[in-house]
Design a protein around this ligand. Structure first.
Ligand SMILES: C[S@@+](CC[C@H](N)C(=O)[O-])C[C@H]1O[C@@H](n2cnc3c(N)ncnc32)[C@H](O)[C@@H]1O
Length: 443
């Protein structure tokens, strides 16, 4: 398996095949021939690999853009992810990837694109077909919390009678806490298409769905008129409720607002945070004798999930978190308050501007430990070069993309950083994605 949706066959070059499994015997049709490689469709599965999952539970898994590996047995998916990680970052001893005991119903958030069909006004919502913008009207998705199927079904039915025009509603987002006692519903709209009539209809719909599902504690409307693929716009209105849901994560309470980032697989992220704690405790015990607090910088800190979990467990840490999204920083500050944590502070801004090697009032250097948890594209060169100049020994890199982690770790070698340990975590079963925790150190 490539680190992507394709299995690889080799014959006079490389052939990438979707929905194939290593060990299959296949009849293929090449649909895109390049110089050294080609893409092919399966015409016939002549003999199925014994690594195939006997009956993937999702009827649309072969076409849905969300799960690319559902046709492979879960244990084998884990082995392929492990192989992807060691291929991308060779030469580091890597323990087996941490999988899920029950790799279904794990997603705590969905964001469905929406379409209104022709004159019937029927509302469709779900996922796009792979490599296309054709929308599949998803009725059941086995990787998400099952309550989302019920809510989306009821909402779509309700909305289908209202005559909403197509393109007014861009997305519907649902996010839940782990025990599913609090759910947040957000409708993303094109504000330029919203008149009084539809505003009223939408209010009725949001009220009705909340009556039907009292666990929906917050309903909100987000406005996005941009023609990009960024889902959420800058403006959010809370229609009803406090504007957030409350999660209990390990020993801490977290408020999560509509536009703030929160990891989609709560159970697996808890395991990652536990390993981060262990790595830091090991470092602190090795440095016994250094008195006073240890300064930790948490870059791309979101709502403070990592910072506050560490602050609660390790009181001698003095933590500074930096985050770009304002609602997330507000959540982080409030979350520190709720948990009576005074050793973590949070700053709103770009890591590129605020993680500078120049000491400043906001940046109480020197740091002992830095954590980075960037988006999929990884850290920019500016951030990596600044990290190189900052004086600290241990860098904990939490990555949802092993390719950019490999690139960034290579860049950091010039500053003396070496990967000391590497551990994969399967946060996204049935897709090719996974999370990696890398601990880098320098003398
Ligand atoms: C993968 S999330 C990690 C969040 C957090 N560590 C957690 O586990 O919940 C990446 C975060 O980086 C933020 N972000 C993206 N680019 C940024 C930048 N240039 N400066 C600061 N924060 C940024 C995003 O808003 C998001 O909250």
């Amino acid at each position: 398996m490539a680190h992507g949706p394709y299995a690889i066959a080799k014959e006079d070059g490389v052939i990438f095949i979707e929905n194939a499994c290593p060990g299959d015997e296949l009849e293929l049709e090449i649909y895109d021939q390049r110089k050294d490689f080609a893409y092919a469709h399966i015409i016939e599965l002549l003999e199925a690999s014994e690594l195939r999952a006997p009956e993937p539970p999702c009827k649309i898994h072969k076409i849905c853009g969300s799960c690319q590996w559902q046709h492979i047995q879960y244990d084998e998916q884990l082995k392929f992810k492990q192989q992807n990680l060691t291929d991308l970052i060779p030469g580091v001893e890597t323990p087996a990837i941490v999988g899920m005991d029950e790799p279904w119903n794990f997603r705590n958030k969905i964001t469905y694109p929406v379409e209104v069909v022709g004159k019937t006004g029927r509302v469709k919502a779900g996922y796009f077909k792979r490599n296309s913008n054709e929308l599949i009207n998803v009725k059941h998705c086995p990787i998400q919390y099952s309550i989302f199927d019920e809510i989306m079904d009821a909402l779509k039915e309700q909305m289908s009678t209202r005559g909403y025009p197509d393109k007014l509603i861009r997305h519907i987002m649902l996010r839940s806490n782990i025990d599913q006692s609090e759910i947040l519903l957000c409708v993303v709209l094109r504000e330029s298409m919203l008149d009084k009539e539809f505003r009223n209809k939408l209010r009725v719909d949001l009220n009705k769905i909340q009556e039907k599902f009292p666990q929906i504690v917050t309903t909100s409307i987000n406005y996005n008129d941009l023609s990009t693929n960024v889902i959420l716009g800058q403006k959010t209105e809370v229609h009803n409720g406090p504007g957030y849901i409350t999660e209990t994560f390990g020993g801490i309470k977290l408020e999560i607002s509509t536009t703030s980032f929160f990891q989609v697989n709560t159970k697996q992220f808890l395991k990652i945070v536990e390993q981060i704690k262990s790595a830091i405790l090991r470092t602190l015990s090795e440095e016994k004798g250094t008195s006073g607090s240890h300064k930790l910088l948490d870059l791309y800190c979101g709502i403070g999930t990592i910072s506050l979990s560490l602050a609660k467990a390790i009181p001698e840490l003095d933590i500074t978190g930096i985050e770009l999204v304002e609602s997330a920083v507000e959540n982080a500050k409030k979350n520190a308050e709720i948990n009576q944590i005074s050793t973590a502070k949070f700053i709103h801004g770009k890591v590129e501007d605020l993680a500078s090697p120049e000491p400043s009032a906001q940046s109480p250097q020197p740091y002992d430990i830095v954590i980075v948890n960037p988006p999929r594209k990884g850290c920019t060169n500016k951030v990596l070069n600044d990290l190189g100049q900052l004086k600290f020994k241990q860098l904990i890199y939490v990555s949802c993309n092993p390719s950019t982690l490999a690139r960034d770790a290579k860049h950091l070698e010039q500053f003396g950083f070496k990967i000391q340990s590497l551990q994969g975590f399967d946060m996204f079963p049935h897709s090719f994605h996974f999370e990696t925790l890398a601990v880098l150190t320098r003398e």
